[in-house]
Design a protein around this ligand. Structure first.
Ligand code: MN
Length: 349
């Protein structure tokens, strides 16, 4: 196989001095600490899971030979589609964590792919930790204070950024870590298509492929394959699809009754908003998900409308990227839908 020179990526795409010094701070903190907490966003996705598993491997490499413990705790369970990644069984959902009732004092709390504000119940665990680290690529990410803030808005994914941490620390990337990082990158870039995909992204992917991963098989397994129940969810999504503004605004929704009758699982909805996005005339698409106490709203934009800003305008705790963002809103599904669609419709005109 064609091999790129070691450190090829960092030579061509050096980290900015600020991100480099924040990363060095992070590596020093890992050396000093013995007990680690890693968490990520409320809803686990390919990027958040991949980055967490890779960060855990990074800590193990740095701490090799010394005593330490790592706990990865997320609000939600690892979606089934990622349950082949090495180490996934070490990730606790909040329910599993509270059941375990382990008394543990963490020295270092690491949050990736979103700030502590977005970790749900896990946020409480961070309160008593002295040193916190953010590894993220989201604009409008987190307003909290961190001992090290590794925030790179030019990264396609948290996983791409985590690759650079390995590179800077000169830690060899194993095949298992390469699989986790590759899945995160494929997930966040939509198979290297979204706007944050750069030549650097491809070079990082090339380095990961060099470890011998079966990228074709794992990306089908993690991203494209659907369970039959997920296909039924997609069927409902297509059935509920509506267009406004000459099909520049496309929307759809799922009700609690849909979930009840289909009996789908958490990860089944993942990526389905893309089916709305693939409408040629669409400028912005919205997916509404009815939940017990609120409505989850996800946006994708082709660029004219900054949906991160729009999501923040609806709920200050919302956010994301210019082209992909989301928020939660209180109220009845029908009310939330008409309010959001009216506002967006006016924006498009
Ligand atoms: Mn991400």
């Amino acid at each position: 196989m064609l091999k790129l020179k070691p450190q090829f990526v960092s030579k061509n795409f050096p980290l900015s001095p600020r991100i480099k010094s924040e990363t060095q701070k992070f590596l020093r903190l890992i050396k000093k600490s013995r007990s680690f907490l890693i968490s990520s966003t409320l809803t686990s996705d390919g990027d958040s899971i991949g980055a967490q598993l890779a960060l855990a491997a990074l800590i193990r490499a740095v701490k090799k030979g010394s005593r330490y413990s790592i706990r990865i705790v997320n609000q939600s369970e690892v979606p089934e589609r990622y349950q082949f990644l090495h180490g996934h069984e070490e990730i606790y959902s909040w329910a599993q964590w509270t059941q375990k009732a382990e008394k543990i004092t963490f020295d270092l709390g690491i949050v990736c792919d979103g700030g502590i504000e977005r970790t749900g119940a896990v946020a409480g665990l961070f309160e008593t930790i002295d040193h916190k680290v953010l590894v993220d690529h989201h604009a409008l990410g987190s307003e909290l204070k961190y001992s090290s803030r590794i925030l790179d808005l030019t990264s396609s994914s948290s996983c791409e950024l985590v690759y650079h941490i390995f590179d800077l620390a000169r830690i060899k990337i194993s095949r298992a870590v390469a699989e986790a990082l590759y899945i995160g990158m494929v997930f966040d870039t939509g198979f290297f298509k979204h706007s944050l995909t750069t030549s650097r992204t491809h070079l990082v992917a090339a380095k990961l492929i060099e470890t011998g991963i079966d990228f074709s098989k794992i990306s089908d397994r993690a991203i494209l394959d659907r369970t039959w129940k997920a296909q039924l969810l997609l069927k409902a999504l297509m059935a509920h699809m509506e267009a406004r503004n000459n099909a520049k605004l496309i929307s759809s929704y799922w009700t609690l009754a849909d979930f009840e009758s289909i009996q789908s699982r958490d990860g089944d909805q993942e990526g389905m908003i893309n089916q709305l996005y693939f409408t040629d005339s669409a400028e912005v698409v919205v997916l509404f998900v009815e939940r017990e106490n609120d409505v989850k709203v996800s946006f994708r934009s082709k660029g004219k409308i900054n949906v991160a800003e729009f999501a923040r305008h609806l709920n200050p705790q919302g956010g994301g990227h210019v082209r992909a963002a989301g928020c939660t809103l209180p109220g009845l599904l029908t009310d939330v839908m008409s309010r959001v669609l009216d506002e967006l419709s006016a924006l498009i005109q």
